[in-house]
Design a protein around this ligand. Structure first.
Ligand code: TYC
Length: 102
């Protein structure tokens, strides 16, 4: 490590210890009652998906039981989960949304 008496050593230490943030998948779970249209709306509104992609993800969840909506840093993922659950409860739907370490 060079030391110019100022910032060079500090900059190298910082680079060595700064890890990329841990990422989290936001996952929607299938159920028998939430309307398909509501799930498609959620994927568009909260996960920025276009109609075609949202429909594909919704059908994947419907068939497989679960599906990844997006991958985010911890705070963003937790906020997405809360927004989805709030919208679902407001609509009277049992939709479940979780986050998992990616
Ligand atoms: N299985 C639901 C139905 O047939 C649709 C659905 C899809 C529900 C995805 C939840 O995360 C879900 N109406």
């Amino acid at each position: 490590a060079r030391d110019d008496g100022q910032g060079a050593v500090v900059a190298e230490r910082q680079a060595a210890k700064t890890e990329p943030p841990r990422m989290y998948q936001v996952v929607l779970l299938n159920d028998d009652y939430t309307p398909m249209e509501f799930v498609v709306m959620v994927l568009q509104e909260y996960f920025g998906r276009d109609l075609e992609t949202a429909t594909q993800i919704m059908l994947k969840i419907h068939h497989d039981g679960r599906g990844v909506c997006g991958v985010y840093s911890k705070d963003i993922a937790a906020t997405k989960v809360e927004l989805v659950l709030t919208a679902a409860r407001r609509g009277g739907h049992p939709l479940q949304c979780i986050m998992e370490s990616a």
